[in-house]
Design a protein around this ligand. Sequence first.
Ligand code: ASP
Length: 347
Amino acid sequence: MKSKVFILYTGGTFGMKSNTNQELEPSSWEEIIDYLPAIKNQTFFHYFSEIDFTFETLEPVIDSSDITPEAWGRIALKVEQNYLDHDGFIIIHGTDTLAYSASALSFIFENLSKPIVLTGAQLPIFHPRTDGIVNLSNAIYIAGYQSFGIDRIPEVCICFNDDVLRGNRAVKTSTNDFEGFSSPNYENLANLEQHISINKHLIYQANNKALILKNKFSDRVVNVTIFPGYSPKPLIELVRTGKLEGIVLKTFGAGNLPNTPQWAELVNACERYNTIILATTQCPNGQIELGQYASSNVLNNRIVVDGKDITSEAALTKLMWVIGNFEVGLRCEMLSKNLRGEISSLK
Ligand code: ASP
């Protein structure tokens, strides 16, 4: 069955070349196509003859360290403008911030019924051992699912190496391995090995409602990882300016903080200035359980939201997005809800 796939190239190592200082910089989609005769002569994409491709570039192409919430909004608009005419979407993106962008896009779109697949590479497509070809090919299978008779994944996901991960569950775990991403608290949505296996029971069920796009993000947030001896004093001062709207607080273990009066002072200041604390764990696996230890008592306050097993990237983007799109009185409730499969229903 024919399918239509929209590919948006944003930059990243996938399309990078060395400049005169031997530093990697992104090149244009035209240069990529010129270099790869298989793409240029359509033989690479010809292999996917059942698919009609649309290619676009998000200008300017960037190292993904330069991604911004404004760029997330532009990516989302490109998807929205092409949504009805295409069956699936691929976003080629740098790996450094790919998990942030995947999380942000997952929140931007409500009622998604088509796959949005983010991918990239650890070695540029110009390198003989590039992983870019395999990653792009795998992404084409997921986005063009109908042509291959495989199940639809109507989610924002990351396709990297042979893994398909829920976008807002993924973290970049290696700067080096071809298996660059993992999903610590949620199983892979699919595995593309010799055979393709889709874990149907893990996939979000699409509904028939119209796609809704909300793409505002607050930039008045901070991400704070505590450590032994950390003093929250500068943070309290920041909250008291009244300009900070949210804090992702990466606590010890299951939500624990040192037993010092300054933490109560911080929570009181947050309550007064409506600065939400989204409490998460700094452990790569597992979830917080407020109340399990006396050391998490101080977080028992209306301004604190239990982040459960959310990743750091999803926590930050969810906080920015909720603050950007919802009025003060609704924010804590929105944050505690499982909006796009980013947290598990633990209790
Ligand atoms: N710095 C690059 C980027 O994120 C790294 C990569 O793509 O692997 O754009």
